[in-house]
Design a protein around this ligand. Structure first.
Ligand code: ZN
Length: 171
């Protein structure tokens, strides 16, 4: 039989599952991202081509979760740490347009696009901070603050430089 406090914790878990829309992915920020490997991912006809989720996406984007029941992906960090939950497709409903998951350009690939967003980098930092506090390895707020964010600013600057160079060459 459950004690009173365990019963309460159980209720809380159920309501957050309902809030987040899928039952077979991480329930709280203490669970790891769910990244199944040894299953057959269903094919989906998109346009004229059959496409599916593949394990390579797990490897390339450690921050995604795959829900087998929904055949859809969710953002792990942003589901648990975003202050205002933009992009409801990735946080509540799940995203399953596989055509937009493999391109090499940010414009064609929702995952690359999200990886380069400020919301995401803020959530990466928030997660690192949460784990550091939880495991007692937390040292300095200043050290942690803006680490992923600072890296992103630098990367976006480099990306813009490359775009400018390409434009100069092709002009
Ligand atoms: Zn994210």
């Amino acid at each position: 039989m459950l004690s009173k406090s365990e019963g309460h914790a159980h209720e809380e878990k159920i309501s957050s599952v309902q809030l987040l829309g899928a039952i077979d992915i991480s329930v709280t920020k203490d669970s790891s991202p769910v990244q199944p490997r040894n299953i057959k991912f269903p094919l989906q006809l998109i346009g004229k081509q059959y496409r599916a989720f593949t394990v390579s996406l797990n490897d390339k984007y450690p921050w995604i979760e795959y829900s087998q029941s929904k055949d859809a992906i969710f953002w792990y960090y942003c589901r648990h740490f975003a202050k205002d939950r933009k992009e409801p497709a990735f946080i509540r409903e799940g995203f399953r347009n596989w055509k937009k998951c493999y391109g090499t350009k940010r414009g064609d690939n929702k995952l690359l696009q999200h990886n380069a967003s400020f919301q995401h980098s803020e959530c990466v930092d928030a997660h690192a901070h949460y784990i550091a506090v939880k495991t007692g390895t937390f040292q300095s707020v200043v050290e942690l603050q803006g680490s992923a964010r600072a890296k992103l600013v630098k990367e976006n600057r480099q990306y813009m430089c490359t775009v400018c160079q390409v434009l100069l060459v092709t002009a």
